[in-house]
Design a protein around this ligand. Structure first.
Ligand code: HEC
Length: 258
């Protein structure tokens, strides 16, 4: 009898885990990727990947219960005001559609438990550090990061971006991203290839053509960066530009004090 109880308990808990995993696959994965997106997949994502979402929720809300409560609520009643992570994601992807009535409250609780336990996966690193290391640009850290400052102050009433400005800014950002992503796809493998060949005894003379190619790709990425700053400056008026640059200065000062 005892054995049967234990077995049936095991079976139910396994079933629950499978069930929650299945619920996530069936109801979330069409939009939120459950694995780490490749560079190629990034362009066609419909929502931020689940590991990123969960990373931000945990980082912001800290408490396990708060994360789960937030999840159960957000899935049923998503709104711009409630959204926590990645401020620009709503501009990029649109607001998440409500799944109210698609999943019951009990199913959502299971989903929240499962996501809390399994996302982000072990070994997940937030890509901020990787970004500097994998920069495709020739100049890093010296030019104003205008798009980042625009992003941070998107709805700031002092910046007061008009709808027309926002639309233009999104277009500049899109064009920049498409072009940089394409170049990155060539630059990063080429860097690896050169590094590997160097270590396996290839002569410098034989690597010269590859290095030249790399330098022209990086020059192209740098020009895209410069073009992006130029276009962004043209969309903003003088006050907006001064405001963003002073904000950036303050941010950099605050950072260097740390
Ligand atoms: C039809 C597409 C779609 C489906 C299906 C979907 N989501 Fe989303 N989800 C989005 C988009 C787009 C965003 C980003 C915009 C936003 O936050 O509303 C998002 C954002 C989120 C956020 C982030 C909220 C925040 O704090 O910023 C959570 C949490 C979330 N989804 C959970 C889920 C879960 C759990 C499921 C499955 C039960 C699910 N989503 C299914 C499209 C979807």
């Amino acid at each position: 009898m005892k054995k049967i109880l234990v077995l049936s308990f095991l079976a139910t808990s396994l079933m629950f885990a499978n069930n929650a995993e299945q619920l996530v696959k069936d109801n979330c994965s069409a939009c939120h990727m459950l694995s780490k997106p490749t560079q190629a997949q990034k362009g066609s994502m419909k929502a931020p990947p689940m590991m990123g979402v969960m990373f931000h929720l945990k980082e912001t809300l800290k408490d396990e219960q708060k994360v789960k409560t937030f999840l159960v609520d957000y899935v049923q009643n998503p709104s711009k005001e409630k959204a926590i992570c990645m401020p620009r994601k709503i501009q990029r992807f649109g607001l998440m559609p409500s799944l109210k009535g698609v999943l019951t409250e009990a199913q959502l609780t299971e989903v929240a438990d499962y996501l809390y336990k399994n996302f982000p996966p072990k070994g997940f690193t937030h890509n901020k550090k990787g970004k500097a290391k994998n920069s495709p640009f020739l100049i890093t850290g010296k030019m104003p990061h205008l798009t980042k400052m625009v992003k941070k102050n998107w709805d700031n009433p002092t910046l007061a971006l008009t709808q027309a400005q926002k639309e233009k800014l999104i277009q500049v950002r899109k064009a920049t991203m498409i072009s940089v992503t394409k170049l990155k796809k060539e630059i990063l493998p080429l860097e690896k290839e050169i590094a590997k060949a160097t270590m396996s005894g290839e002569t410098p003379a034989n690597l010269k053509a590859k290095v030249d190619k790399l330098s022209s790709l990086k020059a192209a990425a740098t020009m895209t960066h410069i073009q992006c700053i130029h276009d962004t400056k043209n969309i903003l008026n003088d006050e907006q530009l001064t405001f963003l640059l002073s904000k950036q200065k303050k941010m950099r000062q605050a950072k260097s004090k740390l």
